[in-house]
Every structure is written in C-alpha cells, then in structure tokens.
Design a protein around this ligand. Structure first.
Ligand SMILES: Cc1cc2nc3c(=O)[nH]c(=O)nc-3n(C[C@H](O)[C@H](O)[C@H](O)COP(=O)(O)OP(=O)(O)OC[C@H]3O[C@@H](n4cnc5c(N)ncnc54)[C@H](O)[C@@H]3O)c2cc1C
Length: 473
C-alpha cells in the first residue's frame, strides 16, 4: 500500500499549531498534528493563558467579596479561601478545553500523532519527511507536502538554576498547594505582572524586580506609570532598573540580591521567587540545522506568508522572529501559513495591528504605536486621553482608576495607537484593533455611537478628546 502523504504536518499543538490544523481541515487539506506532550493545547492551554485567567477570575471575585457589605450583600461573614477548590476549578477549565480540542480535531478530520517530531532536511520530489520518536522511543516517519513548525517556547531561567518548589516558573507557580506568604517576582512583563496581581489579591506580599527602567516596558510610558502607581496602591513593591545578581536558597525560602538603578545593592528574602524574564524559542533539537531555515537569536525568520528559507517549511507562533509571543498572534500566523498552503487569500500578520493584553488588576489593552514610537516614526502626533473617572459604568462597577489614550496622526486624523489601562481594558481593545484595521479616523469615531452606560463610551470620549471635545470630562 502507498505510504500516506499529508498535505500539511504541524509539529506542535499549541494555539499556533492547532489553529493551523483546524483551518487546514476546513480547507479540505489532509492534516497531521504532531504533539510530544500527552495533551493537545501547548503552553497557552496548560500553563499559560487559560489557567492564569482562571486564577485571575477567582482573584477578582475574592477582591469583590472584600467589599460585599458596601455592595449591600450581607450575611457572608468572613470569606474563607479554599485554595484546593480554586485549583480544582482551574484544572477543570483546562480539562474541558483540552477535550474540546480533541473534538475539534475529529470534527475537522485532523490526524493527531503522538510523538516528538524532527525535520530531516529538504523535500525530495516535493515531499518532506518528519522523523517521529514515540514516548516509548520507537522511531518512524511521516510524509507531508508541507511542514509547519509550531514548537513554541519555554520559560528562560536565571543563573542556570533549575526550577523547584521555591524557584518557580509559570509551570510550578500554577501548581502551588497554597498562596505563598511572600513572593519575589523577577520581571515586570505581562507574565510577572499577572502572577503578582493574582497572589496580591490572595494576601501574598509581592516584590517585583524589573531590569528595564519601567514596568510593562513594551507599553506606552504613561501606561507603565499608571500601572506602577496602582500596583503601589495595592501594596505591591515595584522596583525598576534593577539587575538581579543572585538567587539563593535560605532556611526559610529564597533570597534575591539586586543592584538598583543608582548602583546600590539590595537584598530581600521571600518564601518563593518567580522567574518571569521572558521565553526562549523551542528551535533546538528539531532538525533545523538540516535545512536552510535561518535563525535570528534562536527565532525563525519568515516572510509575510510565514514561509522559512526552506521551501515547503513554515514557522508560526512563539518561535517566529519579530512577532510578540501571544496566543492570538500564533493562531493568526497559523491561519496565514495554512491559507498560503491551500492557495487561499490571506492578509499577513501586521505588527501594528496586534492587541497586547495584560490581565492584571488593573488590566491593560493596547494596539498600534505608542506615543514615543509614533513620534520616532516622524508623525505629527495628536493625543486624546480620557480617564475612567468620568465614565458612569466605571462608577457602577466600582473601578475608577486608569484611562484610555489615543495616539493619532494630526494630518489625517488616523488612529495610530490606542492604550487602555483600567476596567475591561482587554475587552475594549478589540474595537481599537478593528478601527485601525479599517484605517478609521478621529472624525469618524467621534460620530460612532457607543451604548450608554458602557465602559466603551470611554473610547468615544477619548477619540473626542483628541479634538479637545470629550463630553464627560
Ligand atoms: C503564564 C503565561 C500566561 C500567558 N497568557 C497569555 C494570554 O493571556 N494571552 C496570550 O495571547 N498569550 C499568553 N501567553 C503566551 C502564550 O501562551 C503563547 O504565546 C502561546 O502558547 C504560543 O503558542 P505556540 O503554539 O507557538 O506554542 P506553545 O503553546 O508553546 O505550544 C507548542 C507545542 O509544541 C509541542 N512541541 C514542541 N516541540 C515539539 C516537537 N519537536 N514535536 C512535537 N511537539 C512539540 C509542545 O509540547 C507544545 O505543546 C502566556 C504565556 C504564559 C507563560
């Protein structure tokens, strides 16, 4: 019998790989999805987006309960945190969606193959061969006309220390038996900030230590400032411009030493430390050296269709050079790659059309250029800013901090960037991305009706604020 040849084989089943596989199935392609872990879904579903957002929901409810009497809810007494139940709920959400993925693979006739996939070199007569090693160590081959590399990323660690029950990455911290009394978070990017926020809500003493001069350094400077202010208000100790020199275990926990921006050495002891200093690409040990694929500091270089320099091999998700490591970016890059393979139309992933979300309290949602980036690019910039303090729905939901900031081009009124910090910022940003995709202008948006009372009215007021004409502030 002739050996089966797939139209496309994806190595890795995170949001990038599984999305590519589903869309491939929808296009009628013969798709194989290769995964070395025992479950589908990758970092995002098992130790990333989904479990963290589940915990953030618990944290939000817990914080609301602290104000129960104020909200007119009597008779609660002293709320007790049942951490085992919190973990159980989080795990149930992950399991539900893992099963959902299995169902979607069947529905779209995707063949799921368990094992570790490795490239073997260029195609022969247009057919690629992937070497597959099963968990039992048996080696076999899979043939496909196109390969999509979607192997994802791992948490970088410091000083080559192995994570354990005190020195944590995103994996260990999600499986704690109880919230720690104190936690030092190294890194104030989205991952560090979200875990700091979660555990602060549950009473942990949080110290954040960031190397760069500001928290959430990829965001607009005003957003960084506001987050730091609000975190300090929540009792979170935020230290920026600090270089961590040492992490050592002590009798009671772990001690971290760092050099401050003005050259002083500082030390702090805590029960645990979370290392959240970025994620490296899984591009070693996948046979890249046998191909023409080009790397940039370990990340794969691709063109607008996600094609690598090796014909018939694509790269998507966290391993791609020059794209932010976000699940939705991975998913869209997968759709682009598989559309190209299927000969269907597609629009390339644009760096300036990506929503960046941090789901802490306060939330951050942003898209497009920051004020500084717009100025660097030579735009004559016109800004609009509207505080949630002027929004009636923000009062209703008792969340008045933060603002919406619009960065627009003075010449044509085009919206270049939107930066939101405050209630539901991660939901509100969707409008901004759609607006930018359609090249919306301030004039058009000032006349776009937003329902009342909603948080989205803060967007309308912020657009109008560009012309100095916000209604509610
Ligand atoms: C704590 C945390 C929270 C996050 N929260 C968010 C969020 O809220 N929103 C957001 O957009 N992003 C978030 N992210 C980022 C998001 O998780 C990643 O961007 C996303 O998972 C990347 O998807 P991917 O498919 O490229 O890789 P991954 O999800 O890492 O999946 C790669 C898969 O490939 C498999 N694999 C690797 N090598 C092989 C091989 N050789 N053979 C077979 N299988 C292989 C792995 O086992 C894995 O299952 C978060 C990340 C972390 C760590």
């Amino acid at each position: 019998m002739a050996e089966k040849v797939y139209d496309v084989a994806s190595i890795g089943s995170g949001p990038a790989g599984y999305t590519a596989a589903i869309r491939g199935g929808e296009y009628g392609l013969k798709v194989a999805l290769i995964e070395s872990a025992p479950v589908l879904g990758g970092t995002c579903l098992h130790v990333g987006c989904i479990p963290t957002k589940a915990l953030l929901f618990n944290a939000e409810i817990w914080d609301h309960l602290k104000h129960a009497a104020e909200y007119g809810i009597a008779g609660i007494g002293t709320p007790q945190l049942d951490w085992a139940a919190v973990q159980k709920r989080k795990d149930a959400i992950v399991t539900k969606h893992t099963k959902g993925l299995e169902f979607l693979m069947k529905k779209n006739k995707v063949t799921v193959i368990s094992g570790y996939g490795k490239l073997t070199g260029p195609a022969t007569d247009g057919i690629h061969t992937v070497e597959l090693t099963s968990t039992a160590g048996e080696v076999s081959q899979i043939k496909a006309k196109n390969i999509i590399l979607a192997t994802g990323s791992y948490a970088r660690i410091l000083f080559e220390q192995q994570p354990d029950d005190r020195i944590l990455t995103n994996i260990e911290i999600l499986a704690l038996n109880e919230p720690p009394k104190s936690l030092i978070v190294i890194g104030a990017g989205a991952v560090g900030v979200e875990f700091g926020s979660i555990f602060r809500s549950f009473g942990t003493e949080i110290t954040i230590v960031e190397f760069l001069p500001r928290a959430v350094p990829v965001e607009d400077e005003e957003i960084s400032k506001e987050l730091t202010r609000l975190f300090k208000k929540r009792g979170i100790d935020v230290n920026v411009g600090c270089k961590v020199e040492r992490i050592e275990k002590t009798e009671a926990g772990v001690k971290v030493a760092w050099t401050t921006a003005n050259g002083k050495t500082q030390e702090k002891e805590a029960e645990k430390v979370l290392v959240a200093v970025g994620r490296g690409p899984h591009t070693a040990h996948v046979g890249i050296e046998k191909t023409k694929i080009e790397l940039e500091r370990g990340f794969v270089k691709v063109n607008e269709a996600q094609e690598t320099a090796e014909p018939g091999i694509y790269a998507i998700g966290d391993i791609v050079a020059g794209l932010p490591q976000l699940a939705h970016v991975g998913a869209m890059s997968g759709i682009v790659a598989v559309s190209k393979i299927a000969g269907r139309p597609f629009r390339p992933v644009r760096r300036d059309r990506i929503p960046g979300c941090t789901y802490s309290d306060p939330q951050i949602g942003s898209a497009g250029l920051t004020e500084a980036q717009a100025r660097e690019k030579g735009y004559e910039v016109k800004l609009g800013k509207f505080p949630f303090a002027g929004n009636s729905k923000a009062t209703i939901v008792d969340s008045h901090d933060g603002f919406v900031k619009i960065v627009s081009d003075a010449k044509y009124g085009e919206i270049l960037g939107v930066h939101i910090i405050g209630p539901q910022a991660t939901e509100l940003i969707a409008e901004a991305v759609a607006v930018m995709e359609l090249e919306g202008t301030v004039d058009e948006l000032m006349f776009t009706i937003h329902a009342h009372p909603t948080l989205s009215e803060a967007m309308l007021d912020a657009y109008a604020a560009v012309e100095g004409m916000a209604i509610n502030a």
